[in-house]
Design a protein around this ligand. Structure first.
Ligand code: NDP
Ligand code: MG
Ligand code: MG
Length: 330
C-alpha cells in the first residue's frame, strides 16, 4: 500500500523567505500562482504579453515579467509551460539565467523523462503534479479542498528536495487531498498511457464507434448520441463514486448481464495487445519523439485529425442537443 502524505507531513515554513517563479499563467500556472500566494508565499509570475493569459494575470493583480527576468530573481523555478515548448524556453531563457543551487520543478515529467531538459547537478529537480485540471486546482483550494498531487525527486542537491516538494504541494492545496510519491518515469509513462489508452484515445473512439454503428444501422442519431455519449457521464459518475459495484447495483440486471456477455467481445485480447504496444512506444521514447517532431514540422497530422474529429456526425448532433440543455456549462 502506497504511503500517503497529508497536511501534517508538510512544512510550509521551508518556503518562507524563498521566492517562487511560476512560468506560464495557463491552466496550471494561474492556479499554482494564486494558491501559493494565498498560502502566504512570495510568487512572481512570468507570462508573455499579448494573449488572454497575460490579460488574466493583470486582472488577478500580478505584474507579469518575462521568463528570463523572473528566473534571475528567484530561489525556485516552476515550469508550467506546454511540454512541447519547454526545451526551447529552457535553453534560451532559463538555463542562462537560473541561479546556482535553486529548485527547478515541473508538473509533468515529460521533459526530464525524455531528456529534453538536462539540468545542472547543483539544482534540486522535483515534480509536483496535481491530478486534475488547473481550474479545479484553483476552485478546490478556494473551497478549502484540494486536488491530490504526485511528487517526485529527480535530483536532490540540497538534501531536502522531498520536503520542498511536499511543502509546495501543501501550498497549492495538494496535501488536503493527499500526496503520493512517484518517479519522473512512472508519472510520465502512466500519464501518457492513461490519456492515450483509456481517457482520451480509447474513450473517444469507443463512443464514436458505438454511435456510428447505431447510425449506420438506421437508428436515429439523437438516440445514438444519448446512448453512447450522454450516458457515459452518468455511468462514470457511479463508477467514480463506488466502483463497478455501485454502477452494477444501479443499472438493471439486464444491463449487467449484457456487460458480462459483450464487454470482452469489444475489449479483446487483441485490444490488450494493442495497449501493450502503445505502452512500449511510450517507454521507448518513440511517442515522445514523434510528438516533438510533429511540433517541429507545424503539426500537420495533429491539425488534420483535430479537423476530422470536429466534423464527425456525433459532434454535430451533440452540439445541437447540448444547446437545449441549459444546465450544461458552455
Ligand atoms: P497551458 O497551455 O494552459 O498554459 C501554458 C502557458 O505557457 C501559457 O501561459 C502560455 O502563454 C505559456 N506559453 C506557451 N508557449 C510559450 C512560449 N513559447 N514561451 C513562453 N510562454 C509560453 O498549459 P497547462 O497549464 O495545461 O500545462 C502546463 C504544464 O502542466 C505542462 O507540463 C502539463 O503537462 C502540466 N499539467 C497540466 C495539467 C492540466 O490540467 N492542464 C494537469 C497536470 C499537469 P500564452 O497564453 O501566451 O500562450
Ligand atoms: Mg497528460
Ligand atoms: Mg440503457
Amino acid at each position: 500500500e502506497a504511503r500517503m502524505y497529508y497536511e501534517n507531513d508538510a512544512d510550509l515554513s521551508l518556503l518562507k523567505g524563498k521566492t517562487i517563479a511560476v512560468l506560464g499563467y495557463g491552466s496550471q500556472g494561474h492556479a499554482h500562482a494564486l494558491n501559493l500566494k494565498d498560502s502566504g508565499l512570495n510568487v512572481i509570475v512570468a507570462q508573455r504579453p499579448g494573449g488572454d493569459n497575460y490579460k488574466k494575470a493583470i486582472e488577478d493583480g500580478w505584474k507579469p515579467v518575462s521568463v528570463a527576468e523572473a528566473v534571475k530573481q528567484v530561489d525556485w523555478v516552476h515550469i508550467l509551460l506546454p511540454d512541447e515548448v519547454q526545451k526551447k524556453v529552457w535553453e534560451e531563457d532559463i538555463k542562462p539565467n537560473i541561479k546556482k543551487d535553486v529548485i527547478l520543478s515541473f508538473a509533468h515529467g515529460f521533459n526530464i523523462r525524455f531528456k529534453q531538459i538536462i539540468p545542472t547537478p547543483d539544482l534540486d529537480v522535483i515534480m509536483i503534479a496535481p491530478k486534475g485540471p488547473g481550474h479545479l486546482v484553483r476552485r478546490q483550494y478556494e473551497e478549502g479542498k484540494g486536488v491530490p498531487c504526485l511528487i517526485a525527486v529527480e535530483q536532490n542537491a540540497s538534501g531536502k528536495a522531498k520536503d520542498f516538494a511536499l511543502a509546495y504541494a501543501k501550498g497549492i492545496g495538494g496535501t488536503r487531498g493527499g500526496v503520493l510519491e512517484t518517479t519522473f518515469a512512472e508519472e510520465t509513462e502512466t500519464d501518457l498511457f492513461g490519456e492515450q489508452v483509456v481517457l482520451c484515445g480509447g474513450l473517444v473512439e469507443l463512443i464514436n464507434s458505438g454511435f456510428e454503428t447505431l447510425v449506420a444501422a438506421g437508428y436515429q442519431p439523437e438516440i445514438a448520441y444519448f446512448e453512447c455519449l450522454h450516458e457515459v457521464k452518468l455511468i462514470v459518475d457511479l463508477i467514480f463514486e463506488g466502483g463497478f459495484g455501485k454502477m452494477n447495483y444501479s443499472v438493471s440486471d439486464t444491463a449487467e448481464y449484457g456487460e458480462y456477455v459483450s464487454g470482452k467481445r469489444i475489449i479483446t485480447d487483441s485490444t490488450r495487445e494493442a495497449m501493450k504496444k502503445v505502452l512500449a512506444d511510450i517507454q521507448s521514447g518513440k511517442f515522445a519523439n514523434n510528438w516533438l517532431e510533429e511540433n517541429r514540422t507545424g503539426r500537420p497530422f495533429f491539425k488534420k485529425e483535430r479537423k476530422d474529429v470536429s466534423e464527425r456526425t456525433v459532434e454535430k448532433v451533440g452540439a445541437r442537443l447540448r444547446s437545449k440543455m441549459s444546465w450544461i456549462k458552455k
